[in-house]
Design a protein around this ligand. Sequence first.
Ligand code: SF4
Length: 376
Amino acid sequence: MMTNTNDIKAVRPWKMINRRKCRQIMVGNVPVGGDAPITVQSMTNTLTADVQGTIEQIRRMETVGVDIARCSCPDEESTAALKDIIKAVSVPIVADIHFHYKRGIEAAEAGAACLRINPGNIGSADRVAEIVKAAKDHNCSIRIGVNAGSLETEILEKYGEPCPEAMVESALAHAKILEDHDFFNFKISVKASDVFLSVEAYRQLAAACDYPLHIGITEAGGLRTGTVKSAVGMGLLLGQGIGDTIRVSLSAEVEEEVRVGYEILKSLGLRSRGVTIVSCPTCARKRYDVIKTVQILEERLAHITTPITVSVIGCVVNGPGEAMHTDIGITGGGNNTHQIYIKGVADHRLKDGDVVEHLVELVEKRAAEIESEKTK
Ligand code: SF4
């Protein structure tokens, strides 16, 4: 469920992000760009030819809310497998193609919703024309994916090294090829592993065209370092209204990419999904084990997809204030007696009870109420 939080922002202008105006394209049944919610993508790391393994991995992404999934198609076996994969999953599939125009055509024919391909890298004009025709015939969009690590030799010679101007020039040259074929159903990315390079390339590209932008910091690293780097880079862009679909590149399990993607968007109020815990770091004033409680709650509440906020605070210094803005709250008190808040209001006290079990029960109940309110 995609939720747009513009209503909330309307009354809090300091929370407002003015999204860059751009065209909207469709990746299968998922809109990208325009006023569509910013989507979260991930990519499989199985062999695409391994149909069952790839389907299972995409389903794992789906359980944590992925909007669009991408599969590499380096060979004919991969594009042949796509058809069965696409049939078995719910989210649209992007086929990642490099150089081989035939793989692009096969992927479009197999039902891929989007081809990630750089038209300048696939050879003669005839080949480009064939790919564009296949994309048009099969209602398939394209992502032009420029990467600082694989810029064209002529552009590198002109600029001396990968720089924002070089990346934008490469992206616009690829775009022109598609435009010359009367094809506008595409989005663009200009990724680099360097935050400054990537951010500046996207800023310049955002000013130079009105195509939707797929943003990300490429090869960001492992779970912790890659999360921080991606959040910093994408945060700078998203805060300026740049970015229509995101992929967090992590050397980690695919679910983590999706979870981190959502957390980045949630932190800026651009998407909402599942439980958001507001918790304190604790100090000598804490009245129960907040850190352990939060660790267990994150796991126990991972199945909830309804947007819901929970404050888990150690004492009265910040507990009541944070609870005012959350759906469910707890503030630690003396004598093992803690104050519980529901919808921002003090509701009851929990004495000698199991904090985790009590919160899980309250959050599940509140999530069910929110869902039933939606259907009324
Ligand atoms: Fe410490 Fe209380 Fe602040 Fe938590 S809310 S860090 S327990 S003072």
